[in-house]
Design a protein around this ligand. Structure first.
Ligand code: ATP
Ligand code: ZN
Length: 288
């Protein structure tokens, strides 16, 4: 009997990337059981096995082929130094790795870090950053609770993950340098075979279709016929807008797709151009 090739994907077991990674796979139509205390789960309707791991282990496991592909923060990937392929940036888990100092310390530039102790869990990334900026500082590698390091006298500065900055604020720190920006990324083993690569392609196709859909909205509006040219130019859509005559003479219904980011600007211009009854509808999946 021929056994079907399955791709093993490693995702974070619990933590900041767990929910969004599971959501992304489910939006790709992949169904699996993600019950607690599970180490792995097989998808029911796609050749995928999901391994639930600590995020720090994922780059190495993918490098060694324990998992074929995986999802981690770029920060963890770069820090690991693992030799894997970065397949796709996924657009969630956005954060930055930053250097912070106590808020009442005068700081006028990166040179101020010379001779200081900086506590971090990201020593490799920090080391490279300091070298690039020709700063000689002492890196104190610790395994957690970095934000309290200055308060207890372990270091004069810290280098840690920041998203809103509220943790820094509550610990009396201010952000002074951005070391790197990060988001969740899909990584892959360098030696995937043809059958495995085909599954990666199928998965990527679905990921991109879901992400494109999220970035776009379906738009319907009524337009006076003499304004159709102006209105259609504002919303060119994927190929061109659909224009259908309304029962009322001199009016048409125009359907198109617009980019979420340009949404408010375009809506205003459409109204100024005479559009009425504008409806904006979410798109489930989109293949361009
Ligand atoms: P694990 O138990 O798997 O080792 P962890 O505690 O190391 O988890 P999390 O705090 O869950 O890691 O963060 C996982 C990833 O989420 C980070 O490496 C980073 O890429 C991303 N992330 C996004 N926003 C934040 C944030 N505000 N703080 C920390 N990480 C964030
Ligand atoms: Zn971790």
């Amino acid at each position: 009997m021929k056994t079907e090739t399955k791709l093993r994907i490693a995702i974070q077991k619990s933590g900041r990337l767990n929910d969004d990674s599971i959501r992304m796979l489910k939006e790709c139509g992949i169904e699996f059981d993600n019950g607690l205390n599970k180490l792995k789960a097989s998808a029911f309707n796609f050749p995928l096995e999901v391994l639930f791991l600590r995020d720090d282990d994922i780059p190495e496991y993918v490098e060694q082929g324990v998992a074929d592909i995986g999802i981690v923060g770029e920060n963890v990937l770069v820090e690991s130094g693992a030799k894997v392929k970065l397949i796709e940036k996924l657009g969630y888990g956005k954060c930055r790795l930053s250097i912070a100092v106590p808020k009442d310390v005068k700081y006028s530039g990166i040179k101020d870090l010379n001779g200081k102790r900086i506590a971090t869990t990201y020593s490799r990334v920090l080391q490279k950053y300091l070298a690039k900026n020709k700063v000689k500082a002492e890196i104190h590698e610790i395994s957690g609770s970095v934000e309290i390091a200055t308060g207890i006298g372990l270091a004069e500065a810290i280098c840690d993950i920041v998203s809103s900055g509220s943790t820094l604020f509550t610990n009396g720190l201010k952000e002074v340098e951005t070391v790197m920006k990060s988001e969740a990324v899909l990584i892959g083993n360098n030696k995937l075979n043809a059958a495995q690569l085909r599954i990666v392609e199928r998965l990527l196709f679905r990921i991109r279709a879901s992400r494109t859909a999220k970035r776009n909205k379906y738009l319907l509006l009524n337009a006076p016929d003499n304004k159709l040219d102006t209105i259609c130019k504002l919303i060119p859509g994927m190929k061109s807008p659909t224009v259908l005559p309304l029962k009322q003479k001199g009016w048409s219904s125009v359907h198109s797709v617009i980019d979420e980011e340009k949404f408010w600007d375009i809506i205003e211009q459409l109204r100024d151009a005479g559009a009425e009854g504008i409806l904006v509808v979410p798109i489930e999946k989109m293949v361009v």
